[in-house]
Design a protein around this ligand. Structure first.
Ligand code: CU
Length: 134
């Protein structure tokens, strides 16, 4: 029984075009890959986390998914642009990179209230709160 071709990983959904540019604050232009958040996940939109507040039980792994690519630059109005955002925890615990697409996951094992913000837009109100209960 030969000839059974094992499907090569179709997992290469890589849109890997953009290098993500160096400047910390500027939007980066690339092919625009948005990632829908999984059920129960959080969408990283331009200037807002959605939902901004979330309650989970201890041991839950949460995923943030970047949806910051738009067909028009949200600031200048033209072009395809993906804006860089971060999920940065106020307590200094593990956080995402400053990135314009992709995902970030974190598991919360200890009950408490965890606040986070975007490095770039936190002062504009791009903040979130995770409440972890037993
Ligand atoms: Cu941001």
């Amino acid at each position: 029984m030969k000839g059974v071709l094992v499907m090569l990983a179709v997992a290469s959904l890589c849109g890997c075009g953009g290098g993500g540019g160096g400047s910390a604050a500027g939007p980066s232009t690339n092919n625009g890959v948005n990632t829908p958040p999984p059920a129960g996940g959080i969408s990283v939109n331009n200037d807002a986390f959605s939902p901004a507040t979330k309650s989970i039980t201890a041991g839950t792994s949460l995923q943030w998914a970047w949806n910051s690519c738009t067909s028009g630059d949200p600031y200048s109005g033209t072009g395809q642009t993906c804006v860089e955002h971060s999920v940065t925890f106020d307590d200094g615990s593990a956080s995402s990179a400053l990135q314009s697409q992709g995902t970030f996951s974190k598991t919360f094992n200890t009950p408490g209230t965890y606040t986070y913000h975007c490095q770039v837009h936190g002062t504009m109100g791009m903040t979130g709160t995770i409440t972890v209960t037993q």
